[in-house]
Each structure stands twice: as C-alpha cells, then as structure tokens.
Design a protein around this ligand. Structure first.
Ligand code: HEC
Length: 143
C-alpha cells in the first residue's frame, strides 16, 4: 500500500515531463527558422504603404485569404492546411520578418512543402518593397 502511494506521483511526474517535451517540440515545429530582416524605416506605420499593400492583397491574395470586407474567404477552408485568416488579432504581434519570409517563399520551404501547402512563393513576381507593403497591410488589418 505504502509503495503505491509513492509510485503514483512518480509516474505522474514522468507523464507530465513527457507531455512537456512533446509540447516543446510541437512549438518548435510551428516556428521554423527564418531570416531576420531589417524593416525599411517607416513602412509599417505609413498609411500609403498600407493602402498599396491592400491593393496588392485584393489583386493577388484575396481569392484564397478572403477579401478585406469578408474576413476569411469561403475558399480558405478547402485548403489543407487552410489559408490564414489575417483578421485574427495575433497578426498584430507576428514578427514582420516572418511574414516577409512566408510571402517570399510560400510553399517552397519546409515544413509547408511537406504539409501540401498551396501558398505561392511571391519573390519572382513582387519586389521586396511590394512584399513590405503587404506586410504593412497585414499587420494593420488585424488591428
Ligand atoms: C492559392 C491560394 C493562395 C494565394 C493566392 C495566396 N495564399 Fe497565402 N497562404 C495560402 C495557404 C493555403 C496558406 C496556409 C499554408 C501555409 O502556411 O503555407 C497560406 C499562408 C500564408 C501566410 C502565412 C501565415 C501564417 O500565419 O503563417 C502568409 C503571410 C500569406 N499566406 C500571405 C499571402 C499573401 C500576402 C498573398 C498574396 C501576395 C497570398 N498569401 C496568396 C494560400 C494562398
């Protein structure tokens, strides 16, 4: 009897440590390494840059990610993984370098390649200034 009292908590500690390790590795899988970039001065808060980003977004991104007025598009959930919903408030906190990298490389890099993402890589079609305009728009949109 005495021994079971001591064995139970030990087992539970072991179980919790395992859970903790799994949780940690899951977090790492969600944020892969991406290059740190210096954000050009004033772009993120500039209304004109945000507006230019909104125009680009309507032309090239809204068909999958949803029009500015509708939030998430009806098409978004048909993708696996689904297209991101940029009205979600956590995009306020997202690192601009991460958004830049995702727009630049899309599905061509891991882990998105193996996940079967349909997100196009835009670096062949957009200048880095245009990508920063999109980042400025995405960050302002969630506010
Ligand atoms: C063909 C549909 C499609 C188009 C067009 C598209 N995307 Fe995506 N995008 C996706 C899907 C699906 C995902 C989710 C899978 C992934 O992360 O790769 C995604 C993910 C993203 C992410 C990562 C979000 C996150 O939280 O990690 C960003 C940023 C993004 N898209 C921006 C854009 C921008 C900007 C454009 C337009 C220049 C665009 N996308 C055009 C389908 C698309």
């Amino acid at each position: 009897m005495r021994s079971t009292i001591f064995i139970m908590p030990a087992n539970m500690i072991w179980a919790f440590s395992l859970l903790f390790i799994f949780a940690l590795s899951a977090c790492q899988a969600e944020t892969p390494d991406y290059p740190e970039r210096e954000v050009p001065k004033g772009v993120l808060d500039d209304k004109e840059q945000q507006a230019a980003g909104q125009t680009l977004f309507s032309q090239k991104c809204a068909s999958c990610h949803g029009k500015p007025s509708e939030g998430r598009s009806a098409r978004a959930q048909f993708f696996e993984p689904p297209a991101a919903d940029f009205t979600e408030t956590h995009y306020r906190q997202v690192d601009p370098s991460y958004l830049f990298w995702r727009i630049e490389t899309g599905k061509t890099v891991e882990p998105y390649l193996s996940q079967g993402s349909v997100m196009p890589a835009w670096s062949p079609y957009l200048s880095s200034q245009q990508i920063w305009q999109l980042v400025a728009y995405l960050k302002s949109r969630s506010e």
